[in-house]
Design a protein around this ligand. Structure first.
Ligand SMILES: Nc1ncnc2c1ncn2[C@@H]1O[C@H](COP(=O)(O)OP(=O)(O)OP(=O)(O)O)[C@@H](O)[C@H]1O
Length: 316
């Protein structure tokens, strides 16, 4: 039986010339999921992904990928994975098709199988019509799609993506997310690093947030956001003062602020579960509600909560 965890990392540490880039991290990635490492520049994401993909030698800790130990069975690990890196280079003079063809030959994929995979993968990333274009003529987004397709030539169990949408415009980024989801649906586990909060939020089944070489929080995007217990319900009623009165004693409510337009109610629990009760109480008091809005914390709020600073400012 195949193990449930396709990646297992225990007490990983890595030091560069006396500088501890990774300071004892542990996490697991489950088979079939999209897992993100979210953190600012310099947090240790690339160092970690480089160790997991055997590009950096393991110094301390244990790392198993697809059932193999990276220190003892690095070639087995390499056979099981595909990699798309930040500074990946495409040969500028090769065409899209040749890029795929040469990669397939490099891995000794038999001719017919190779050709079939090239056609399939170019279809997935919608580069079929560009098959005879030299890569130097492709847009940034097309290049990234080609790199992803190339990384999938070997049918890897795990695809590693280091900052897959770095430097791309928002629209292209969303297209890349679609391709990543499609690849994942077809059965490939995805491990990606990113410093884009909404990327981790939108794309991942689970996230670990890394800062200064340490994991500061892990969970599903929902779990991470709900754990803050800082959901806010905005309520506009015919009589805000009485509405406020009617909510007195509800134990999940941390505080209520009255503004000109309505009430903003901070919830010390998952707001989606408290909302029906709050609405019911106000209605039962005979007060008409004209508008209800629930604001959940963002991934940025999560980062601020654990580090005391914003992700966009961190690391620089
Ligand atoms: N070869 C190296 N020699 C010395 N220090 C290094 C080396 N590689 C990385 N570092 C340092 O280790 C820390 C973690 O770097 P790492 O590249 O893993 O971070 P990151 O989270 O991937 O950020 P980025 O997205 O900027 O690469 C940084 O402080 C970096 O300067």
């Amino acid at each position: 039986m195949e193990e449930e965890n396709i990646i297992e990392v225990r007490d990983l540490e890595h030091v560069f010339d006396g500088f501890a880039a990774v300071r004892g991290i542990s996490f697991t990635v489950r088979r079939g999921e999209i897992f993100s490492f979210l953190g600012p520049n310099g947090a240790g994401k690339s160092t970690t992904i480089n160790i997991l993909t055997t590009l950096l030698p393991l110094q301390k800790g244990t790392v198993r990928v697809a059932g193999y130990d990276v220190a003892r069975e690095p070639s087995r690990v390499r056979e099981s994975i595909g990699i798309v890196f930040q500074d990946d280079v495409l040969d500028r003079d090769l065409t899209v098709w040749e890029t795929m063809e040469f990669h397939g030959r490099l891995y000794s994929i038999p001719r017919d199988e190779r050709r079939r995979r090239i056609d399939d993968l170019l279809r997935v990333v919608e580069l079929g019509p560009k098959r005879n274009e030299q890569t130097k003529n492709l847009s940034g987004g097309m290049k990234r799609r080609l790199q992803i397709a190339r990384g999938l030539m070997t049918r890897p169990k795990v695809l590693f993506l280091d900052e897959p949408t770095l430097g791309l415009d928002p629209q292209t980024r969303m297209r890349i997310w679609d391709y990543i989801r499609e690849v994942n649906r077809a059965g490939t586990t995805i491990f990606l690093t990113t410093h884009y909060m909404e990327e981790a939020d939108m794309l991942s089944d689970r996230i670990s947030i890394i800062d200064n070489g340490k994991i500061i929080a892990s969970g599903t995007p929902e779990e991470l956001k709900n754990a803050l217990g800082e959901d806010v319900v905005y309520l506009e009623t015919r009589d805000n003062a009485r509405a406020r009165e009617s909510l007195r004693g509800v134990k999940e409510i941390r505080s209520i602020k009255e503004s000109t337009r309505g009430l903003s109610i901070t919830i010390a629990a998952d707001g989606s579960h408290c909302l029906p009760g709050i609405v019911e109480r106000v209605r039962n008091a005979g007060i008409e509600i004209s508008s209800v809005n629930l604001k959940k914390p963002t991934m940025d709020d999560v980062f601020v909560h654990y580090t005391g600073r914003e992700l966009r400012d961190a690391g620089a």
